[in-house]
Design a protein around this ligand. Structure first.
Ligand SMILES: [Zn+2]
Length: 103
């Protein structure tokens, strides 16, 4: 008998790849429409997921896919804040390159 353990899977809004939840970063729209990086993965609100891959953040943030998924408009300030947070939390080793991609 095959025992399968249920691993929650989510889709990256940028590349549309389905991955185990733990490999994706959750972004959540809070009440006033602002988008935050959800480090706990448990914040209440409409959520969307991005891979831990810089390209996906570029596509997600610049291509409007995140906005579409979260049904909100991401302001320039908010976008910069998300990039800053992502850099600090996830891309610090490559932060310089990442910043260059988002002048
Ligand atoms: Zn992706």
């Amino acid at each position: 008998m095959k025992i399968t353990r249920h691993i929650p899977q989510r889709t990256c809004v940028a590349c549309r790849k389905i991955r185990p939840k733990g490999q994706l970063i959750r972004l959540v729209r809070i009440s006033d429409g602002e988008v935050k990086v959800d480090t706990s993965g448990k914040r209440v609100g409409r959520g969307a997921y991005l891979c831990l891959v810089e390209e996906c953040w570029e596509i997600g943030l610049e291509g409007g896919r995140l906005e579409h998924a979260l049904r909100t408009t991401v302001t320039q300030d908010n976008r910069e804040q998300l990039i800053k947070t992502a850099n600090k939390l996830y891309f610090s080793a490559k932060a310089e390159k990442f910043k260059k991609d988002f002048p």
